[in-house]
Design a binder for this molecule. Structure first.
Ligand code: DGY
Length: 311
């Protein structure tokens, strides 16, 4: 029997798979303070965490017996993977199982910002809706427009696959000039020509503030920016500036630079649709994510290869 630290509650059906084989130390609160995390990981062989747990070299040093760190997320920017590698700790994530949920939510945001759904909801609740009007709260039609996808991984491609249903043409930002597929264009070309720009790239040092003032200034004045990937990919200060300067028409965000804080200038804008990091938040998907994380840990503890190692 190994000892596992589980930093959040998971569905009971998944929890019981873990508990039937190992000793589980469950943190059943919604957060786990860093000092407590370090203390509780001290005698553990495995750690199952979530994206808000920062797992750096110091945390790993506090858990000298750790064999595996399994995050219940596809993104693993909260884990110092290089430090884990140095210590021989396997890191795993939960790709694939959340692809459709995040793609669906991305479309919820695209449609929501294009047709001013949040704004209309706020207006009615404020008692400010007076009557139907021919020119009242006009939005933007998606049909016949171009969707520019930054990040042609599983999620980016799943979002693109749904574009024809809305009559949109999808293009992707090309990472290498050698790619000959005409659907792949340079990032600059994508920014200049897209009506909706949707971000699906991981957070890395290279993608930090990828969407900055310069990038925003390249976009169409009528364009909408959507981010369901990671907050720090967009410079929020620059985004607020671009919206104030009317350089783009609106933004829909699920992720933020300093979650759960949101830049105050974005909070006050009607043409910004905000969601509290819900991309993968469906019952089906969150259960599947927890299950995959548990299967990763069980495999490593049994001396087998995990299903989804971070390479
Ligand atoms: C992930 O898995 O990285 C998502 O952001 C979780 O919703």
């Amino acid at each position: 029997m190994s000892r596992i630290l589980l930093t959040r509650r998971i569905p009971s059906s998944v929890f019981s798979q873990l508990e039937s084989q190992h000793t589980v130390d469950l943190n059943d609160r919604d957060s786990l303070p860093r000092e407590e995390l370090k203390r509780r990981v001290a005698d553990k062989d495995a750690l199952i965490c979530v994206l808000t747990d920062k797992i750096d070299a110091e945390v790993m040093a506090s858990g000298p017996a750790l064999k595996v760190i399994a995050t219940i997320a596809v993104g693993y920017d909260n884990i110092d993977v290089a430090a884990a590698r140095e210590r021989g700790i396997i890191v795993t994530n939960t790709p694939d199982v959340l692809t459709q949920a995040v793609a669906e939510f991305t479309w919820a945001l695209i449609l929501g910002i294009a047709r001013r759904v949040g704004e209309g909801d706020r207006l009615i609740r404020a008692g400010a809706w007076k009557r139907w009007g021919l020119d009242f709260m006009l939005g933007t039609e998606l049909h016949g427009k171009q969707l520019g996808i930054i990040g042609a991984g599983r999620i980016g491609r799943a979002v693109a696959a749904k574009a024809p249903a809305f009559g949109m043409k999808a293009v992707f930002a090309r990472r290498s000039p050698d790619v000959k597929d005409p659907a792949y264009i340079s990032l600059d070309q994508l920014l200049i020509s897209s009506d909706v720009v949707s971000i699906h790239t991981p957070q890395t040092p290279q993608t930090y503030h990828l969407i900055d003032k310069k990038a925003l200034a390249r976009m169409k004045r009528s364009a909408l920016l959507v981010n369901t990937a990671r907050g720090p990919i967009v410079d929020e200060e620059a985004l607020a500036w671009a919206l104030d300067e009317r350089l783009i028409a609106g933004a829909a965000l699920d992720v933020y630079e300093k979650e759960p804080e949101v830049h105050p200038d974005l909070l006050r804008r009607e043409n910004v649709l905000l969601a509290p990091h819900l991309g993968s938040a469906t019952r089906e998907t969150r259960t599947a994510m927890a299950e995959l994380a548990v299967r990763n840990v069980l495999a490593v503890l049994a001396g087998d290869e995990p299903l989804a190692p971070v390479t």
